[in-house]
Design a protein around this ligand. Sequence first.
Ligand code: PGA
Ligand code: ZN
Length: 425
Amino acid sequence: TIQKIHAREILDSRGNPTVEVDIVLQDGTKARAAVPSGASTGKYEAFELRDRDPKRYGGKGVLTAVTNVNGDIANALIGLDAGDQKLIDLTMIELDGTPNKGRLGANAILGVSMAAARAAAQANGLQLYEYLSEDRRYLLPVPMMNVMNGGVHAQWQGADFQEYMIAPLGAPNFRTALQWGAETYRALQKTLQKKGYPTAVGDEGGFAPKVASNEEPLELITLAIEEAGYQPGKDIAISLDPASSGFYHYGQYELKREQKALTPEDMIKYYQMLVENYSIISIEDGLAEEDWTGWKMLTKELGDRIELIGDDIFVTSPALVKRGIKEGIANSVLIKLNQIGTVTETLETMQLAKSAGWGLNVSHRSGETVDSFISDFTVATRAGKLKTGAPSRGERIEKYNQLLRIEEELGNRAVYAGRKAFVRG
Ligand code: PGA
Ligand code: ZN
């Protein structure tokens, strides 16, 4: 049973405050979890409570969320069984009393939700991935490595598209996939240097040069894959997250790099051209969160060829995913625990998507800590794909390293998701 809950304000990878929670159980077990934070957030994400005190961290302090954990939430949860995740999460949801966790803060609630899971795992002598699994069947995910950053993750100094990822889906196991990805990342650095591009990195560790077009990174990445000795498409495929809500204005997609504004129809044609010419296996947020009509067309045009992942449009919400399934929007969902705010609701969303035959993609946020909860979570839920940045920056690397440890521990019980993890593999 939970004896003590204590939160504190720590920093994330952008130097912004975030919430860290410690939980102590009666038997002496101690566990900790830290909450990530996005920059290109969906409009309907659960509420991230910030102090709005301009004198501290430009208003981004989280002392109110910390106080909510140490006061209201601790009072409600002390004495409960840490292993009853549903009861813990539902208690917090009720205590909050708003539809978007706006009173206590999703950052306060999620920190406790994750720390409780970790404490229960430890108390039972289990690894987190074992504890979170329902049937002790595990799947090591394809690492979706974001090797070129643009959009808001590069302060709009690079491509308009936010993320260019490589997916080493042809590898025989996770550690080899990671190796192929890291080698390609190094090859890409050389390719960029040859072109005279700077190789400083963006928020998620990918390179972020001022490219000539949104297509150019696809050429450079394809070259780098070959340079590293792999076959584009067969060994390593490419995935895009344009995060297009960020450049959608008044019904049009404004591509600054190309000095044009496209209608949803033209944007879809643009994607068709890219899919035709490059080894693209999935596109996330190809269209904006408000553009449900565009999304429907996009799904009709490309849904039987590639995986179409909804991030901003679904914000890991069971209700929105349900609507998407019903209306024929997308065929896959991005999963971010802090978009919805509890472990229990996240699992519910994943269950829904799974039963519709959709793909699952667990994801970090652009503002991260070294907490690797999502690595264990992805293996346990058999989601098959984890996007957690480039093989660069400690907070990204830690997630990949945790997967290496899990694969090693599982030994010959470790199964690598590979190509089959994609809905249109
Ligand atoms: P964010 O970006 O964490 O800044 O929201 C990630 C994404 O769009 O997938
Ligand atoms: Zn996204």
